[in-house]
Design a protein around this ligand. Structure first.
Ligand code: NAD
Ligand code: A1AUG
Length: 589
């Protein structure tokens, strides 16, 4: 393996690419570091003064001035004011806890920029996939280390301010899960490449090459997890693909920071092209390209369905060279099922975390709860009582991120992401106040005067098929249905048949027969099923994540499986024996 560490990353990349064209020697079978393990989550407990100080310094940095965020195409930064390539709009990202604070002015891609990104992805392709795997993996392994060390507090601050997370939620996302994706993907890629044909014949050598897809990968990321954005771009790029990345307008600050970290880690220009822009316009243009090879999407179900339809229609019209791969993880209506044998305090605390941490804005968030009638009154009274303590109480001026610049960083809940979401949630709460089949157990307030705050709200319904039990609100609203204890098996069936999603779910019980009944009846109701644990917080490499039905293609982020969606295998057979005639033994005179 040739090492040349004194060159600038781009120069190093070009140098290595040239060597490859000349046939540089491969002198060892390099393995990914044996130390790969889950990144430890920092606690930010009361005594962790150094961590808090570093975090405050980073928060101040972003609080002081709005960042100008450019497009990055072929490694070149393009700002709105540059002339010569069409007109470009600018969109602002604001702090959802304080919507008068602008955090970033984000340049939006013009149609000419989209064309340039397609060309850049195509131009960078050969040199990138020709690099030894060791070199591609090194970029992502180094980026993971930069995130967990040098840029840890900046990443946390960007996510807390821009995406409305408290420090714990930011830690498990933009540090731990993000670093885990980059590190474990390298390990899984190595395992995938090692898979070779196992049978052979004398004189024959078979091998399989895991080619990147021939076209570019289009990555569309959601606002809620920076780690997911990292995996959406990182998984295909690691496998030798080039990527065009359209980040969410509500997460651009942290996403751009991630891009710059990847650059510092040695990512060559053109491999990942950072392309914020008007979603529909950018997408229509990209998926109309003959070079479109795959969609790697995470976001809402309706948009994914529409993208599927548009891609299939282009396919039928003969637009593409290949059948595009479509990998998408989408919405959920996740459940907790509590059996009468459950440890009730455990179920209550897990329910609060699953429904209300990060304001219910996780695809995995709990939003429907099924309680046995015998335990329901006790459960709901304790739940409401726990939510009423000052920490979790709805007071917009002292919730965690609402007062970030003022210094109160220790709350449990924060704002929802934007006004559209706030309005939708407020309308749902108002509807609950009017609907005779619904009763608000606790919560029910909202306020957008300063930030987009919705109080954690628990709503009881008497109707087992009420639309509140099947609609994804993506916010801190939990709907509860009380079932007769004797109808446990029927309620499993009810859960399975309510709604269109199949993402996450949990059963709480001590009785093993009850656990088994749920396990069996809910086999297709959740791609991630939990027993006596909350339905959120899957960890890379531990709980492989994703759901089926209308929750996505279930390719399992955090596992090696997803990498196989971004390669197209080529089998090579080499024959060491020459033949001396064309006839077979059976062809005799
Ligand atoms: N299953 C999972 O792993 C998972 C993980 C995170 C989020 N989600 C889901 O994501 C949703 C919340 O995230 P969000 O609010 O960012 O979702 P969203 O659907 O509003 O946006 C997702 C992405 O799609 C883009 N987009 C919007 N309109 C588009 C269009 N017409 N064409 C192409 N792209 C378009 C957005 O700009 C963004 O980049 C929820 O439904 C949640 O369940 C799922
Ligand atoms: N790993 C996260 C993914 C959340 C998606 O939005 C979880 O399982 O809660």
């Amino acid at each position: 393996m040739l090492r040349c560490t004194t060159l600038h990353p781009r120069a190093l990349f070009m140098h290595r690419a040239k060597l490859l064209h000349r046939g540089v020697a491969q002198l060892s079978h390099v393995k990914v570091p044996p130390t790969i393990t889950n990144e430890p989550v920092k606690a930010f407990a009361k005594g962790d003064a150094r961590d808090w100080d570093l975090l405050r310094a980073s928060l101040l940095k972003f609080n002081n001035a709005a960042l100008e965020v450019p497009l990055v195409i072929n490694g070149k930064r393009i700002y709105a004011e540059e002339s010569g390539k069409g007109t470009r709009a600018v969109v602002q990202q604001v702090n959802p806890a304080n919507h008068s604070q602008v955090l970033a002015n984000v340049t939006q891609a013009s149609p000419e920029d989209v064309s340039s990104a397609i060309a850049a992805a195509s131009d960078a392709k050969h040199a990138w996939y020709s690099l030894p795997f060791y070199d591609r993996a090194a970029v992502f392994l180094k980026a993971a280390d930069l995130i967990s060390t040098k840029y840890r507090y900046d990443m946390l601050a960007a996510v807390m301010l821009g995406q409305g997370k408290n420090v714990h939620q930011a830690e498990i996302d933009c540090v731990a899960e993000l670093a885990d994706f980059f590190r474990f993907n390298a390990k899984y890629a190595e395992e995938l490449y090692a898979q070779q044909p196992t049978n052979g014949a004398p004189g024959i050598w078979n091998s399989v090459e895991y080619r990147p897809l021939e076209g570019f990968v289009y990555a569309v990321s959601p606002f809620n997890f920076t780690a997911i954005a990292a995996n959406l771009v990182g998984a295909p790029a690691l496998m030798g693909n080039t990527v065009i990345w359209k980040p969410s307008q509500y997460a651009t600050l942290s996403n751009y920071l991630l891009y710059t970290v990847l650059e510092e880690a040695g990512l060559p220009g053109g491999v990942i092209n950072f392309l914020p822009g008007e979603p529909q316009q950018v997408t229509e243009q990209l998926i109309a390209s003959r070079n479109f090879g795959a969609l790697h999407y995470t976001g809402s179900t309706e948009i994914f369905k529409q993208l599927n339809a548009n891609i299939q229609s282009n396919l039928a019209a003969g637009v593409y060279r290949d059948y595009p791969r479509i990998v998408g993880e989408t919405g959920g209506k996740n459940f907790h099922l509590v059996h009468s044998s459950a440890n009730i305090p455990n179920a209550i605390f897990n329910t609060i975390r699953a429904a209300f941490e990060y304001q219910g804005q996780k695809c995995s968030a709990l939003s429907r709860l099924y309680l046995p009638q015998s335990k329901s009154d006790e459960f709901l009274a304790d739940l409401a009582g726990t939510l009423a303590v000052p920490d979790a109480k709805f007071t917009p001026t002292n919730t965690s991120t609402s007062a970030i610049s003022g210094g109160d960083l220790h709350g449990f809940v924060g704002p929802v992401i934007h006004e559209r979401s706030f309005d939708k949630l407020a309308a749902a709460i108002d509807e609950a106040k009017r609907d005779p089949e619904l009763k608000i157990v606790c919560g029910g307030n909202y306020d957008k005067s300063k930030g987009f705050f919705v109080q954690p709200t628990v709503i009881k319904t008497t109707n087992p098929t009420h639309k509140f039990l099947s609609t994804e609100f993506f916010g801190p609203i939990l709907t509860v249905y009380e079932y007769p204890d004797a109808e446990y098996a029927q309620v499993c069936k009810l859960i399975d048949e309510t709604g269109t999603y199949g993402l996450t779910g949990a059963v709480f019980a001590r009785d093993r027969a009850a656990i088994q009944t749920a396990n069996d009846a809910l086999r297709y109701s959740a791609g991630n099923f939990y027993i006596n644990d909350k339905c959120t917080a899957a960890v890379v490499a531990q709980q492989w994540f994703g759901g089926a039905r209308m929750s996505g293609t279930n390719d399992k982020a955090g596992s090696g499986n997803i990498l196989s969606r971004f390669v197209s295998m080529r089998n090579t057979k080499e024959n060491f024996y020459d033949i001396t005639g064309y006839k077979y033994p059976s062809n005799y005179d």
